[in-house]
Design a protein around this ligand. Sequence first.
Ligand SMILES: Cc1cc2nc3c(=O)[nH]c(=O)nc-3n(C[C@H](O)[C@H](O)[C@H](O)COP(=O)(O)OP(=O)(O)OC[C@H]3O[C@@H](n4cnc5c(N)ncnc54)[C@H](O)[C@@H]3O)c2cc1C
Length: 387
Amino acid sequence: MNFAWSPEQEQIRAAIERVCAPFDADYWLRKDRDGGFPEDFHRALADSGWLGIAMPEAYGGAGLGIGEAALMMHTIAASGAGMSGASAVHMNIFGLHPVVVFGSDEQKRRWLPPLIAGRDRACFAVTEPDAGLNTLRLKTRAQRDGDCYVVSGQKVWISTAQVANKMLLLARTTPLDLSRGSEGLSLFYTDFDRGAIEVREIAKMGRRAVDSNQVFIDGLRVPLADRIGEEGRGFDYILHGLNPERILIAAEAVGLGRAALQRAASYARQRIVFERPIGQNQAIQHPLARSWLELEAAHLMVCKAAWLYDQGQPCGAEASGAKYLAAEACYRACENAVFTHGGMGYASEYHVERYLREAWIPRLAPVSPQLILCFIAEKVLGLPKSY
Ligand SMILES: Cc1cc2nc3c(=O)[nH]c(=O)nc-3n(C[C@H](O)[C@H](O)[C@H](O)COP(=O)(O)OP(=O)(O)OC[C@H]3O[C@@H](n4cnc5c(N)ncnc54)[C@H](O)[C@@H]3O)c2cc1C
């Protein structure tokens, strides 16, 4: 067993750190305050070729694994960019995985190079207001009309829909009462045609730079050529991308937690109260030390899940487990960082209150901690399915 980063992985980390360096904490503070997509940050990563890290080399990507992609996303978040920086590129990194696995060669040639170059920006439109975590209950309809589908319905919480020109869309092609098992949903990657789509931004707790939206689709015409794989198998295709997505968000959460911890430790060394650094008090030391341990443990699970995935082995429990452990460890690290700063923890200029608000995202999405526990209970412990 080898826990060391390879020289190539070390190079990736150092290179990403260099790209992130000009986008310092004050940049992300301004983005959080004023909003607006971090175009220059997205461009910097695209121009240096990093958006294609996990895309096949045949289409202009680097052909590396989820392990390297997770390292990249961890480094972005840990640089202080947090979830604002990570979410700005997250969808590019593994969102089109169903296209890579199930798309035709023609589709990959059409879609992957512009995404890798940063010319296209994709959003991921799955969640619906009435279905929640029960994805098989999606209502958005895609009805066949000649060589097109006509799509109508509603999505919610769709990140980057304000700036996207492409959408990975899961929609119902067979009515629910006629669908068997996981069949009946189809997957499309298509133009985000604002003539047929209305987008309303959701005011939210954090990550203001990366918009989240209600999306109303009314008569969107989707060419047959934009359907991925077979009609009715969209849910199965999406499942293929779930484990990598959980591994990436877990890596981002560990990165954010480490950024918070590093700020907390630095403040604890410098802040003098009762004639000594506050970090000399065990009441300050122990929560921070515990957070270090929790983040390390979560990161080991991230690495294990990524390794399993890259070996082509089952990794459902580990990917979900990594997401659970990392999100909880991240949240506690951010909370401890606020406590360590005392009153200043509540002031924007010390950055940790922003981190704490962002730490809610990997806890809540793309799947809740409750559902992960249900999954582990069922699939690992053999208990009856509860949901
Ligand atoms: C910042 C942000 C960005 C997002 N970006 C995207 C995006 O780009 N694209 C996209 O498609 N979606 C996105 N989402 C949506 C996200 O994936 C969903 O919010 C998430 O899957 C939870 O669904 P829900 O909000 O409908 O919760 P619900 O399904 O309504 O669940 C609510 C609560 O009930 C609990 N619960 C429900 N059923 C059970 C059960 N049987 N047992 C135990 N507990 C249960 C859940 O765990 C949860 O705590 C985003 C969400 C956020 C917050």
